[in-house]
Design a protein around this ligand. Structure first.
Ligand code: OFO
Length: 166
C-alpha cells in the first residue's frame, strides 16, 4: 500500500462526504422540481452528478495506491427549504465546508510526506475554487433580484442552460 492507514481512512471519509454532497444536491434538485423552478433543478442535478464523479475519482485513487475502499452510511440530507435563495446560500456554505475538508487532507498529505496524495488533491483544490466562484455568483444574483418575480423566472431559465453546458 502506497498510502498510510490513516490517509486511507481520511480518503474513505472524503468519499463519504462527496457522496453526501451528491445526495444533498439531489435533494435540493427535488425541492426545485417540486416548487416549479425547473432550471434550478437541472443545475442542482448537474451538481449532484459532479459530486458523484468526485467520489469516484477518490475511490479510483484509493484503489490505484493499493488502499481499501470502505463505504459508510450516507446521512439523510435536508428535505425542505423556505425559498430558492436559501438553497443556494446553503449550497455555498456546504462548499466552504468541503473546501476545508480538502485542505485538511492536503495538510495531512504534507505532514506525512505523501507527495502522491498531495499531488492528487491539487485537482480538488482547484475544483473547489471553481465551485465556490460559481455558487457565489448565483447567491449574489439572488441578493440583486430581491423579490422581483420576473427576474427570478429569468434566473431559473438561465440556470437551466448553464446546467447543460457546464
Ligand atoms: Fe462540490 O465539490 Fe465535491 O464536494
Amino acid at each position: 500500500m502506497m498510502i498510510s492507514e490513516k490517509m486511507n481512512e481520511s480518503l474513505n471519509k472524503q468519499i463519504n462526504e462527496e457522496l453526501y454532497s451528491s445526495y444533498l444536491y439531489l435533494s435540493m434538485s427535488a425541492y426545485f422540481e417540486a416548487t416549479n423552478f425547473h432550471g434550478m433543478a437541472v443545475w442542482m442535478k448537474h451538481q449532484a452528478d459532479e459530486e458523484y464523479q468526485h467520489a469516484m475519482k477518490i475511490l479510483g485513487y484509493v484503489n490505484d495506491v493499493g488502499g481499501r475502499v470502505k463505504l459508510g452510511a450516507i446521512k439523510e440530507p435536508k428535505f425542505e427549504w423556505t425559498n430558492p435563495k436559501e438553497v443556494f446560500a446553503e449550497s455555498k456554505e456546504h462548499e466552504i465546508f468541503i473546501t476545508k475538508c480538502i485542505h485538511g487532507l492536503a495538510k495531512q498529505a504534507e505532514t506525512e510526506d505523501d507527495y502522491a496524495t498531495r499531488n492528487f488533491l491539487s485537482w480538488f483544490i482547484d475544483e473547489q475554487v471553481e465551485e465556490i466562484a460559481s455558487v457565489t455568483e448565483i447567491v449574489d444574483r439572488f441578493e440583486f433580484i430581491e423579490d422581483n418575480k420576473s427576474a427570478l423566472f429569468l434566473l431559473d431559465r438561465e440556470l437551466a442552460r448553464r446546467g447543460q453546458t457546464h
